[in-house]
Write a protein that binds this ligand. Structure first.
Ligand SMILES: *Cc1c(COP(=O)(O)O)cnc(C)c1O
Length: 222
């Protein structure tokens, strides 16, 4: 099947309330155009530089798209990231939140952000520890930053041979999400749990995800 068929099939299968972020890393302009033509409205990029290139190549088409930063955000790329992205999903420290807030304030923007959780506590991955106290603390800190608006959590699961084994991790993420939401912090609107990739999105949705990030399932293996 082609990119268009893959996207449309998955879109028709997942519940309407679940947002599909098309993860575009390393994909060509033509591949990305095809998925936009298929109806994709949300694109995810991991690298600022790659996102800039695609933006330039797509021109007007980019305006109808919501762009999500799903890769690690480097401090020295914040200004450039702010020009491109509508949502930053990967806040994992007070420091990066404070810097982003400062830059956003300077240009008069309020930026929707998610806290990234590293569900398996893997050293090679960014994201905060998936412990309630840790996420709570960062959520409270972000709540004080007027040019950021915390709107959700992004969960990265460990890659396991059997995707069904990710269920326990996803359950834990959902519990943390619900507890943060229940805090009802000022300037925080917890509406999105971004969780699940190509191998795991069906499990993630069953465990409460309402945003999945898909690359391989749409474009094929890299
Ligand atoms: C690449 C990537 C995805 C999508 O991964 P697939 O397995 O190709 O679906 C999702 N989230 C993040 C953060 C990624 O970097």
């Amino acid at each position: 099947m082609g990119i268009k068929e893959n996207y449309q099939k998955i879109r028709s299968e997942v519940p309407d309330n679940v947002v599909i972020i098309v993860a575009c890393k390393t994909r060509t302009k033509e591949e990305i155009e095809e998925v936009i033509e298929a109806g994709a409205k949300y694109l995810g990029e991991n690298y600022v530089q790659e996102a800039e290139k695609i933006h330039e190549a797509l021109g007007e088409q980019t305006k109808e798209i919501k762009w999500h930063m799903i890769g690690h955000l480097q401090k020295n790329k914040i200004n450039r990231a702010l020009k491109i992205f509508d949502v930053i999903q990967t806040i994992d420290s007070k420091e990066i939140a404070v810097h982003l807030n400062e830059r956003a304030e300077r240009i008069g923007k309020v930026v929707p952000v998610y806290i990234e959780m590293n569900l398996g506590n893997e050293e090679t991955k960014s994201g905060v520890k998936a412990e309630y106290g840790v996420v709570e603390q960062l959520a409270k800190e972000i709540s004080e930053l007027k040019s950021l608006r915390l709107e959700g959590l992004m969960a990265m699961e460990p890659q396991l041979d059997d995707a069904r084994d990710t269920r326990t991790y996803f359950k834990k993420a959902k519990v943390i999400f619900d507890k943060i939401k229940a805090l009802d912090l000022p300037n925080v609107e917890m509406k999105t749990l971004s969780m699940g990739m190509s191998a795991s999105y069906e499990v993630a949705i069953r465990e409460g995800s309402n945003m999945v990030r898909l690359g391989a399932a749409i474009f094929g293996e890299r």
